[in-house]
Design a protein around this ligand. Sequence first.
Ligand code: SF4
Length: 356
Amino acid sequence: MKINENIRYNSSYYNIYSDINYIYGVVVNGVNGAMDIINKDFIEALKENKTDYFEQNKEIETYLTKRGYLTSLTIVEEKEKLLNTGKKLYDIQTGKSVIVIPITYDCNFNCPYCFFWGNKASKETKKQFINNKEKVITKDNISKIINYINNTDYISYSIRFFGGEPLLTQNKHIIAFLTDELIKINKKININITTNGYTINKYLPILKKISDNGIELSIQITIDGPSEIHNKTRRLIGNKKNKGTFSAIIKNIDKILESKIILKIFLRTNVGKLNYKYIEELYNFYKQKDWTDNDKILIYFSLIYSIDFDGLSCVGKDVYDLNPNKIMDILKNIKDTKLKLLIIKMMLSPHRGLYY
Ligand code: SF4
């Protein structure tokens, strides 16, 4: 994008600014959702609409214009653009049917913050899930889902496999049946699987079949820190031998990346009191593996916090409700801009994670 010398550019009316430290700040553009960490001098110039300031640095001016922080639009035109974007998003949302399928409540892990199986899940909650633990989605349930999709008329269907752990080895036959039925449907479908990743290696042929049939596929796998830290929270049930899960999950991700499966992998980290200090170490591990620049991988961090369902608390104070100042403290020392942005996104995200 080239700056047109004859056009007058102004700071966008919809810029939002926030300080990080004495050198950098964050700018977010409310019209298009762009977010960047930039030098505070630039932030001050944007705030005060001193656009002449950028004329000495055409590269920065072009970048800020491309990202929407500088604009040739009037306030009224910007508002119109914002409303149009909102309308488009609304159309996309209303044209989409989201179907969450709890394949099973059973799980091979026993994470302390899990609202099904965690240490702090109330007896009442656990009782409810234990009573239904053996239950797995049936062919009859699946037929009902398929009928629903066949008899409705949404632009797209977003099918989410959820649990417990949806990809337990013993559920392979029913997942194969479900995906075969979904493949037969002649509608726009995407499949997202929220899994702990421990036994996903058993499912590679099924994932391959999904992607070979042109269905958009994504999976979410949680890694809570470098090996030792991850193994403290993402632990196997009845883990008497203290067998960690980290290396098995990493191997499985490697296998997926080596395969020809077309998919996106969302790597999530639940951030709480136990692991916030290890975010950078984990990110450096991802870097070593070249995952930070891999198009198939999307890394994100999510704060875990307590939620009450009808008075039933889910996680313990030892893990959740991290004081945001602690995050700001580690942010100051992080040099990698991408990682800084990921942490800021986590802090700004209204959708803080409960578990997974
Ligand atoms: S958080 Fe997920 S992986 Fe961990 S115990 Fe709960 S269902 Fe299993």
